[in-house]
Design a protein around this ligand. Sequence first.
Ligand code: GSH
Length: 232
Amino acid sequence: MIDLYYWTTPNGHKITIFLEETGLPYSIKPVNIGKGEQFAPKFLAISPNNRIPAIVDNEPTGGGKPISVFESGAILEYLADKTGKFLPKDLRGRTETTQWLFWQMGGLGPMLGQNHHFRNYIGEKIPYAIERYVKETERLYGILDERLADREFVANEYSIADMACYPWIVLHDRQGQNLYDYSNIKRWFETIQHRDAVQRAYAIAKTVNPAPPGMTEEAKKILFGQGRRSKG
Ligand SMILES: N[C@@H](CCC(=O)N[C@@H](CS)C(=O)NCC(=O)O)C(=O)O
């Protein structure tokens, strides 16, 4: 049984998609990041960066003590290795997949996150910051669109690279993007959107957090402007 420390954000959805796709048994431990639950000592013990998602695998391959993993890319890779699914085993296929997974982790996720921040979350509109992150979003969407021009999925076969990218593209409206400008992404997006496991993952999100999208003022105070954590 996998314990999934989760909230209903793109990085959280990556893991519910994987778990729903594979049928690996799991139990959701909600961590409401808008209420500061990510700072609970019990959670920090498995996710020292105070971010969701994180997992604890209570039955690791080969036995022994439970293994905890934080960082959504590392979690996807761990679970893919555990199940033997959605990450090719041959050197070329694996490398093809992990480079796009890391592209998402290092580029698509963080840059689109900044786009959300400056376009949607803060009252003050800073034109330089908005332009910088919207342009970077457009650049990254362009790269993904080109990549998908001659293949169905990011790394040829449906994989953890798609599961990492998809939840961020779901929020294209919030990023000032129109999928009609990216015909290959649009086709890929619709294919993934219609998968049963993906539908289930998003339905589960609604049961964990029925609040409408958006961020309360309380959540903004907790999430933005975090400095060095005080000890203890
Ligand atoms: N690189 C990390 C990013 C995780 C992340 O940013 N999680 C956000 C929600 S999407 C979070 O937990 N924020 C809590 C906070 O900022 O305190 C990953 O992919 O796991």
